[in-house]
Ligand binder design. Sequence first.
Ligand code: PLP
Length: 485
Amino acid sequence: MKREPWSAFDLDRDQPTTLQSQLTERIRQAIQRGALSSGTMLPSTRELARELTIARNTVIAAYDRLLGEGYLESRPRSGIVVGEGIRSSDWPKASRTESNVGRRSSSCKFKFDVPLPKPFRPCQPDVELFPLSFWNRMRNRVLKRFGAGLLHYQSAFALGWPDLRYALAEYLKTNRGVQCQWQNIAITSGSQQALFLLGQLLVKRGSAVGCEDPGYEGARSAFAHAGAQLRALEVDEVGVVTPKNRDRLDFVYTTPSRQFPTGATLPVARRLALLDYIRRTGAWLIEDDYDSEFRYSRPPLPSLLSLDTTGQVIYMGTMSKVLLPTLRIGYLVLPESLVTPFQSLRLVLDDHGPMIDQATLAEFIKQGGFFSHIRRCRKAYSARLEVFVQTTKQLKLPLNFLFTDGGMNQTGLFHDPSVDDHTVSKALALADLDIPPLSQYRHNKKSDQPGLVFGFAAHSPTVIRTALKTVSQVFEKLGLFPGSR
Ligand SMILES: Cc1ncc(COP(=O)(O)O)c(C=O)c1O
């Protein structure tokens, strides 16, 4: 008895690819090989499902796909047949290797790691503290409430889900002293996208953009990509030094609440001096307030924007530190004149960000999940900071820690200014630690003040103690302790 080609379709339930994709691929290959020729009638979906002992829906979906691709046709009274004019000779004969590659890719066994941050990679929140089940409940709630509307294109919301923009405006009013209308808030895919878009919008080829030195590399690269000429802004023990009047800048990027990476907080007088500088020069200023929620013993200082009267300050925040980095939700408070141009640019980029997550976040804030999560993190991180400080003191590490009150990182400067912090960081990496050198954050990647930047927030007290002991052992081997050379 003649065996039909489909009785030889070998579907493997243990493969990572779905049965539906496997079946689609087997039929496609059979047509290409000529085993199923033009006009051949395929079994009904019910018959094939029975033959292969798979669900009928799986066969329906595979047929649908091949109908869409033109391999199959639906004929009245005959059912599903192989498409007219499709001949096996139309396909180039695959070489042995090609067909092997095809097989391999159709049964892809690609495995990939999803790594967790090693101690002490900076700027990492503890994602284990995140109330995922509460979040999922909020997600289900908004999906139910807004139904299909939440699933369609929503170009009218290029600046973000209105409820979220409103909730953030309220949050900024009470917590950061920012008096803004919700219509001035733009939701972005993390603050990195905000920096990129602002670069595209405001930076012209050759514009002079002042960035803190040391400072956040992501800002420098966004502006450099837009054609800016980067200027290094000096950072002292309290933060960015106000540029001189003769240093004409078109743009200033700064982290006044917690200078990145030193952790310094810019006092009010210096904030006012900075605002005075932009008033006199007409420069734009971006205030990056990336982790101001985490101040442990004192309330945070009001934001720079709350002191501004120029209308040239753009405030930027992110959910990456306070909630989860993979959420990719950041936000801007835009001056009135930039709202429409920013919206137009966002439409060019991707229409709008993911609405389900934005609506979920709005509900999460409204129902109090956001504030209780901040409280939980503050408590855990301040206890971890305490363990970090005590352990570094016990181990007498040859670093001067700035020990700033807050944030997620602590920067230590080597007592010995001749230390090459890149070399030390590489040696630490061999011991499975991720502690970047301070010079990495410098404009020229060199530093006369070598140091290391430690992120402590994502790790339990036990991990902090153990990892710091490893740091001490690596230092010992490198002869970094006084008298050990
Ligand atoms: C100072 C600073 N600003 C902005 C960001 C970017 O955050 P996002 O994840 O929102 O792009 C980071 C990330 O580490 C940062 O350190």
